[in-house]
Design a protein around this ligand. Structure first.
Ligand code: ZN
Length: 245
């Protein structure tokens, strides 16, 4: 089995086209200052745009702030568990998890795929329809609240990239074991190349995120073949090794 990390096509399609975004998600899980492992951290690459925090009685605790909120471990666990109950499957909710649709503005020309930094990827509805028609198993997509600063409206959808793929312990150096309270990994370095555990690859998705190195989005070979045969733009593929673990 082969996997490929996806990225913006900076050297190709995007080299002579310009676009930009000014975006934020509606809500987020606060960062944690954990007194068990001593880490003060958050991971804002994990995002669930489909979640509606307004259904929570304490929705204000999740409101996105310019200066990010930091809470103690007891409060973090309480907030994290509220979000976990809203998810339809068992997925990671680290401190800093971004929630709700992306809001903001954009300008410029967008390809079939378009990117806010390397962590958030949007797809044009027509490209999505074509991939689904080709039998590609896509995660949920969400209509963002993004206003285009030009004449053409922004129609792309945010892909809810679920975090599944795990790295083999062979390519990780840890300063301590995973924290049982806040789930901080204790990783001090990565040993290249990345090796993804085959057992962590979801059977029902052709596109997903890594749990550690969560800004990396991986796709299957089926996905790559479909994108190439459809000629979809602003996406490139970098092979990642998969190991039988
Ligand atoms: Zn901790």
């Amino acid at each position: 089995m082969k996997l490929f990390r996806i990225k913006e096509d900076r050297k190709g399609w995007a080299s002579d086209r310009k676009y930009d975004f000014a975006l934020k998600h509606k809500w987020e899980v606060p960062m944690v200052n954990c007194n068990i492992c001593g880490d003060r951290w958050g991971d804002s690459a994990i995002t669930y745009p489909s979640l509606d925090c307004s259904v929570l009685p304490n929705a204000n605790r999740f409101r996105f702030k310019k200066t990010r909120a930091v809470v103690n471990i007891e409060e973090f666990i309480n907030l994290r568990d509220q979000i976990k109950r809203l998810l339809s499957r068992d997925l990671p909710v680290p401190p800093g998890t971004q929630l709700g649709p992306m809001c903001g503005t954009t300008s410029g020309q967008h390809g079939d795929f378009t990117w806010d930094y390397s962590t958030t990827v949007f797809i044009h509805p027509e490209a999505l329809r074509n991939l689904l028609a080709a039998g590609i198993k896509m995660p949920a997509t969400v209509k963002p609240e993004i206003k285009a600063r030009g004449k053409k409206p922004f129609e792309h959808l945010e892909i809810q990239t679920e975090a599944h793929a795990l790295l083999s312990e062979r390519c990780i150096k840890r300063k301590r074991p995973n924290c049982p309270a806040c789930d901080s990994s204790g990783i001090s370095a990565f040993i290249e190349p990345d090796l993804i555990k085959m057992s962590s690859i979801p059977e029902d998705l052709d596109l997903f995120r890594m749990r550690i190195r969560s800004n990396y989005i991986q796709v299957t070979e089926r996905f790559v073949d479909a994108v190439r045969s459809l000629g979809l733009t602003n996406i490139v593929f970098e092979p990642t090794e998969v190991v039988d673990e």
